[in-house]
Structure formats: C-alpha cells, structure tokens
Design a protein around this ligand. Sequence first.
Ligand SMILES: Nc1ncnc2c1ncn2[C@@H]1O[C@H](COP(=O)(O)OP(=O)(O)OP(=O)(O)O)[C@@H](O)[C@H]1O
Ligand SMILES: [Mg+2]
Length: 216
Amino acid sequence: MLEIKNITKRYQKGSEAFTALDNVSLRIKKGDFMAVTGASGAGKSTLLNAIGGLIHPDSGEVLFNGKDIYKQKSKVTDEYRKNHIGFMFQQFHLMPYLTVLDNIRLACYEKHQLDSINNYLERCSLAGLKNKYPSELSVGEKQRTAFIRAIISTPAILLADEPTGNLDPVNSSILMVLVEDYHKNGGTVVLVSHDPLVAKYANRNITLEMGKILSS
Ligand SMILES: Nc1ncnc2c1ncn2[C@@H]1O[C@H](COP(=O)(O)OP(=O)(O)OP(=O)(O)O)[C@@H](O)[C@H]1O
Ligand SMILES: [Mg+2]
C-alpha cells in the first residue's frame, strides 16, 4: 500500500545542515498498525508528515499503490491527502474560529455523518462541548477533537502524532479503543507515541534514532 524508499530530509539549523530523516525505507501494508517511537528530535513527526504528503523529502520516494505521491501533479497529491489520509497533528491545528463540531465537519463530505460525529463526541466526552471554540477547551479536549476530525471520514490510513500525549489514562484508553475499532474494520494505522502502553496496541513497532530506523 505504502512504500517509503530511501527518504532523506535535511533542515538548515543556523549555518549547518541537519539531517532529520536519513535514508529511511519502510513498507506499510493495508491493515498494518505501526507504532513509531524514539527520542524527541529523532524525526518521528518529519516521517509522519512525509508519509502524509505534507513534507517533500529532499530525496527518495513515498509510493502509494506504486505511485510516488510527490512526483504527481499537485492535484493528485491533494487527492491523496483528502481521500486516503486522516492526519492527527502533534499540535492539533484546529481552526480557532470554528467550534468543535464545525472543526470536525470540515473533514466530512456527507451530511449523514452527523450521527457518526455525535457518536464519537459522546464516546470522547465532548458532547457537551460541541459548540465551544478551541480557545475554550483544555489541551486534552482539543486533542480528542483533533482525533475525531482525523478519523471521521474513515480514511484508508490514519496518521496520528502522539494522539494520547495530553490525555489521562481513562481518555487515553477510550481513544485507543476507537483506534482499535478503526483498525479492526480494515484501517491502516501509523501512530507516533512515547507511551509504551499505546505502542502495545500495534502489531509492528519501529524506533527512530537521529533520523534512522533502529529496529523494525
Ligand atoms: N522546519 C524545521 N526547520 C528546522 N529544523 C526542523 C524543522 N522541523 C523539524 N526540525 C528538526 O528536525 C528534527 C526532527 O524533528 P521532528 O519534529 O521530526 O522530531 P520528533 O521525533 O517528532 O520529536 P518530538 O518527540 O519532540 O515531537 C529536530 O531536531 C527538529 O529540530
Ligand atoms: Mg514530533
């Protein structure tokens, strides 16, 4: 489904070039549930962004069903992101001028999803907050809103960057049950987490160190 071939991404840090991803190769099959761990700065978010069509690597390829998402016309890359990827950002990136409900509806294409949204809001203890704006939410509430937005359209691939980083144990396990349900229904998950309990849900684990895959 996804093949990452020898991708390298460098950033300029002052006068030095810094290698955030160093020749990383990886295959992700349909139905995989992969956890990505590694120290802060190891390149986890950079890898997730590259897989999600958001960071163009300096070299290498990200192939989705055999086609390089970065070598296509931009419309094809847009459609890859829109039709196949659900992305939960480490910094959430909720729209500040939209309510919880409208932030989630942004990611929906069909009206009948309202029932499904309400079901997720209920399960994530957000039903009473659906008309609030992000600035009125706690960090954990923003995180759960961002999660629902990522999963609501049942994407083929869910990319989640530290999805439980700000959640208490109860909300963390509620969210992981939802990820598990999505996975059991055929979804493919790539999840970045520092939490060993969260990584246990995965059936594949990789660790990044200084932009390289240590183990897989
Ligand atoms: N836009 C950027 N410009 C310069 N350097 C960057 C940029 N984005 C990331 N980096 C650097 O690349 C390295 C990898 O960053 P990345 O965000 O992928 O780390 P991470 O493993 O997700 O860390 P964390 O666990 O803290 O989220 C870091 O050293 C970071 O400072
Ligand atoms: Mg990160």
